[in-house]
Write a protein that binds this ligand. Structure first.
Ligand SMILES: [Mn+2]
Length: 424
């Protein structure tokens, strides 16, 4: 299914009078309005290819129908999202779930939808059919050299697929670790992992980055070999200037101060970017902003402050990706909500009066500092995002239009009720 420009225009026409009222009300008090709108227009969030179908848990999976059956249909789905919100202009692929058979054709298809390829992701957490050795006890950390070799070669293969698609980064997330005390020699596991990563790093093209993602627990429940930002930072520092630490919001222990982690990684030029999601208890992979939108705002506040301090380009200098799974929602609706939540937090962070905040900090005016942050956070910025979106041809209310056009029903008609997308 392809969204017509006419459908978007008709929708916008209908909602325009109400939108204009809301926009004018908010816009009146905003300093540097056009600059902010431009930043919102430029900001793009990559959609993961593995999140276009219904996610499941180890207890069950309840597909909603019309899921993309192949990579081409996944690209079409991201194209739909992008046509609606003009903020989902990239896709992040997971290999081997989405191996492009004809890279040129896939590139052309993506370009037709206005999409680029963000980081490619390797997978050494599952055994593939016919695999000669197993990842049961780890991949890059494994005591058996043959297993490490397989995992290294797989990562190098993923880089090659990425090069063919025009991607510029490899994300390595390792399930490696141990489930029980005594199972693993931590130091040796670290060293073997580092050596494996060094081989992968050596295969990176000069203009590529490698993102080292960390996670506190799961699937290993006693230790993870890249368990927190400190360990990831250690690997990325030892690897070299093309290696960075990737922050997945759900990969921390409860109540971790993620905004502080982000600030320091950025200071050290080691922040790769994000896997956005939200969580209540652990790696819940919930819709971005659905549980703790204030934390998301505080993270964006550090990002904007830190990137501006270094003269970085908000839109292009870090990787912005969603990593979520949708157990009970339509995946496309969920992704529209997630992108919207990211845009809201970003817009609110752009509203923070940085100069006044600095002044308040310098005189230890704690109350004033909090007021400045919360004034920005409590501003309803949704009309600003809607305005930026429509200026670049998107819908004033993407979710509403998705439902009015009965997009899911159309997809079910095209693809069938019982399709299952590869992925989580
Ligand atoms: Mn992730």
């Amino acid at each position: 299914m392809k969204l017509t420009k006419q459908a978007v225009q008709e929708h916008n026409q209908q909602l325009l009078p109400a939108h204009k009222k809301q926009f004018d009300f908010v816009a009146e008090n905003i300093h540097g309005l056009n600059e902010i709108l431009q930043k919102l227009t430029d900001f793009q969030v990559a959609i993961p290819s593995w999140a276009l179908g219904s996610g499941g848990t180890r207890f069950g999976r309840f597909p909603g129908g019309g899921e993309p059956r192949n990579l081409e249909e996944k690209i079409e789905d991201v194209g739909l999202l992008h046509a609606l919100n003009q903020s989902s202009g990239a896709i992040s692929l997971h290999i081997p779930w989405d191996i492009p058979k004809d890279a040129n054709a896939i590139r052309t298809l993506a370009a037709m939808h206005g999409l680029k390829f963000d980081a490619v992701n390797s997978n050494t957490f599952q055994d593939q059919p016919g695999q000669p050795v197993s990842y049961k006890f780890g991949s890059l950390q494994h005591v058996d050299k043959a297993v490490r070799r397989l995992a290294i070669d797989h990562n190098i293969e993923v880089i090659k697929h990425g090069v063919d698609l025009g991607s510029k980064a490899l994300t390595v997330w390792l399930a490696d670790g141990s489930c029980f005390p005594g199972q693993l020699n931590f130091r040796k596991a670290f060293q073997r992992t580092l050596e494996s990563l060094q081989e992968i790093y050596a295969a990176l093209p000069a203009d590529w980055k490698v993102f080292i993602e960390y996670k506190a627990f799961e699937p290993n429940f006693y230790s993870m070999t890249v368990g927190d930002w400190g360990q990831s930072y250690l690997y990325s520092s030892k690897l070299g200037p093309q290696a960075y630490t990737l922050v997945d919001l759900g990969h921390h222990l409860p109540n971790a101060n993620i905004e502080q982690i982000v600030s320091l990684l950025l200071m050290e030029n080691k922040l790769a970017g994000f896997h956005f999601n939200d969580s209540k208890y652990g790696d819940d992979d919930l819709t971005v902003g659905s549980i703790n939108p204030y934390q998301l705002f505080l993270i964006f506040n550090e990002l904007v402050e830190g990137m501006d301090a270094k003269g970085m380009n908000h839109a292009t200098d870090l990787g912005w990706m969603i990593d979520a799974s949708h157990n009970v929602k339509d995946p496309l609706e969920d992704l529209l909500q997630s992108v919207e939540a990211i845009m809201i937090a970003y817009a609110q962070a752009l509203l923070v009066n940085a100069k006044e905040l600095r002044q308040a900090q310098d005189v230890n005016d704690v109350v004033r500092a909090q007021e400045i942050l919360q004034t920005a956070y409590r501003t309803d910025v949704r009309p600003l995002i809607a305005e930026a979106r429509t200026r670049s041809g998107g819908a004033l209310q993407p979710l509403q239009l998705f439902r009015t056009l009965r997009v899911r029903d159309e997809l079910i008609k095209e693809r069938g009720k019982k399709t299952v997308a590869t992925g989580l």
